[in-house]
Design a protein around this ligand. Structure first.
Ligand SMILES: Cc1cc2nc3c(=O)[nH]c(=O)nc-3n(C[C@H](O)[C@H](O)[C@H](O)COP(=O)(O)OP(=O)(O)OC[C@H]3O[C@@H](n4cnc5c(N)ncnc54)[C@H](O)[C@@H]3O)c2cc1C
Ligand code: SF4
Ligand code: SF4
Length: 393
């Protein structure tokens, strides 16, 4: 990717800021991205490590539309409190707690709420079960743990890192070139991600919740599955909005630009990656009504697979088999399936309008396109043109 493309497609993971001294700046929407001036050494750094780089795209696996995986299960935490409070079934938190309990790591580095400004996030370090539970749940807000997590990393200690797929890509790229540091991160987990909503979208959510000026707490889901977006005002009153309206109607409509071009919203580079394991309605669409939480759990290498099996054996996690897995995944995670498999036509539409595209439409993109139906391709092609014309992309 050429120099100016990083400016258009920076997703703000923060790695070049932390490890190459790249200056960062806030956009109007609240994203922290690299400043306009990018010295040559940082361009080279990003060519190697940035999640938006061609190098990162080339590392994706096209053996299936879901990338490489050893096993895929439905799963959930056996601890009712974790299962209820977490984003889906609490598998990520349960695994992190398992690693701490067994002494396999010293701490978990992940993302939680900024207590002072609940629609902001903070990078957190968790060393106990209580810490992990405090930071469980999805935060549909801007996060950039690779910028500031390094202050937590002490020599000789071992960590589990949990982050968005793009964060994990950048971290894995970096660790692959830094063997000693790599040994300090024996476990890396990720989750399915459809996009990072802006601060502006969060303020819109609070306005809709009628809690804009006086919000002292904000959760986006959880306390059930999917649970409600819940803001608490200064007087302790709760303001709620259902998940479909909060995500589909507000947050998911205003995401970082690169998210629209993200080929890895499924955590391919992690040891274990989880998403929602929605039940299906008779018409084949996901059922977003309340149930007990469940994850879809992909073990993406032998290490991740062994860890999951051990956590199941020791009673931390319960797993269930999946019938007709290909069809189930395709229906239940339709957005991820379509985004990955139709990227070729999205890029084509952009090129037709003279836009710079973030990466090549050949190779990985072409391979993934084999999974898409003609009707999906047509819909996305038409939709992309509409977005370009209305300046929404
Ligand atoms: C921005 C975003 C987009 C998502 N898009 C999808 C999607 O398209 N499809 C889907 O199935 N699920 C999506 N999810 C939800 C998530 O993938 C699932 O809930 C997943 O199954 C994790 O569930 P869990 O119960 O195991 O997680 P938990 O046990 O609750 O653990 C969640 C972990 O994620 C970390 N985390 C939370 N928010 C952030 C953040 N903003 N940045 C970095 N780390 C964070 C927490 O620190 C915690 O360690 C999204 C979540 C987020 C934050
Ligand atoms: S490495 Fe991260 S912060 Fe730097 S340009 Fe890429 S996405 Fe942006
Ligand atoms: S959609 Fe992709 S690029 Fe955007 S935040 Fe999620 S993982 Fe990162």
């Amino acid at each position: 990717m050429k120099k100016h493309d990083y400016a258009q497609y920076c997703v703000g993971c923060g790695l070049c800021g932390a490890k190459c001294g790249q200056k960062m700046q806030k956009t109007d929407k609240g994203y922290l991205v690299h400043a306009n001036e990018m010295p040559d050494k940082c361009v080279e750094f990003c060519d190697e490590y940035c999640p938006a780089s061609q190098n990162s795209i080339n590392k994706l696996n096209t053996s299936s539309v879901w990338g490489y995986y050893e096993k895929v299960h439905i799963g959930y935490s056996s601890d009712r409190e974790i299962r209820n409070n977490a984003s889906s079934g609490g598998v990520l938190s349960a695994l992190a707690i398992y690693l701490l309990d067994k002494g396999l790591i010293d701490a978990v580095i992940h993302t939680g709420k900024d207590e002072k400004l609940p629609y902001n996030t903070m990078t957190k370090i968790s060393v106990t079960k209580q810490d992990v539970m405090k930071n469980c749940g999805s935060r549909y807000a801007i996060s950039h743990s690779l910028l500031d997590m390094w202050e937590f990393v002490e020599p000789g200690k071992k960590y589990c890192y949990i982050g968005k797929p793009c964060d994990v890509t950048a971290l894995k790229n970096f660790l692959e070139k830094n063997e000693m540091l790599s040994e300090q991160f024996p476990y890396i987990f990720s989750f399915f991600c459809a996009g990072m909503p802006s601060t502006q979208a969060n303020l819109e959510l609070l306005a809709k919740l009628n809690c804009k000026e006086e919000c002292i707490d904000l959760t986006y889901r959880g306390n059930g599955w999917p649970g409600f977006a819940t803001a608490v005002d200064r007087n302790g009153n709760e303001h709620q909005l259902d998940y479909v309206t909060a995500w589909g109607g507000i947050l998911g409509r205003d995401i970082n630009r690169f998210c629209r071009f993200c080929l890895d919203g499924i955590g391919e580079r992690a040891d274990i990656s989880c998403g929602d394991a929605w039940y299906l309605l008779p018409d084949g669409n996901p059922d977003f009504t309340e149930h007990e939480g469940r994850n879809i759990v992909f073990t993406r290498n032998a290490k991740g697979n062994t860890l999951l099996q051990d956590a199941v054996r020791d009673g931390y996690i319960i797993i269930e088999p999946i019938d007709d897995v290909d069809n189930y995944l395709k229906q239940m995670q339709k957005y991820q399936f379509v985004r990955r498999s139709t990227m070729s036509v999205k890029l084509l539409a952009c090129r037709m309008f003279g836009m710079n595209i973030p990466y090549s439409s050949k190779g990985v993109v072409k391979e993934l396109a084999k999974h898409a139906s003609i009707s999906d391709k047509y819909k996305i092609f038409k939709g992309t043109i509409k977005r370009i014309l209305t300046k929404k992309i």
